[in-house]
Write a protein that binds this ligand. Sequence first.
Ligand code: HEC
Length: 104
Amino acid sequence: MKRNIRFAFSILAVLALVSCSKKIATTTTTTAPAPVTDPIILAKITEGKSLYESNCNKCHGLHNPGKYNEKDWTKHLDRMAPKAKITDEQKETIFAYLSNNAKH
Ligand code: HEC
């Protein structure tokens, strides 16, 4: 008898897991990207903005982040990072800012 109850509970647990994972799958596939709210990522975006403003206007004016999409920014940054003599980490931080404000 006890065994049957335990068995029933494990079935319930599996069902709960399955329904949870289904929920996650539908929210990630059907909704548009949510605005960034993670404080760590937000801090990175803010830092990227100031790095961009202090490193990328030495030879030309600052390009509006919304002028290019994410893919184009990746290409431009790869080309400009050696010119600006920034580290890979700074490049990645600048990219966080640019991609967050990029054209869609
Ligand atoms: C040492 C000078 C120098 C620095 C520093 C520099 N750039 Fe440039 N950038 C150029 C020159 C020269 C061009 C135009 C020629 C070219 O596209 O290669 C250019 C062009 C660009 C373009 C336009 C490309 C196009 O085809 O429309 C973008 C976007 C750009 N830079 C972004 C950046 C970013 C982001 C940074 C900072 C990481 C940066 N630049 C730092 C010299 C620089």
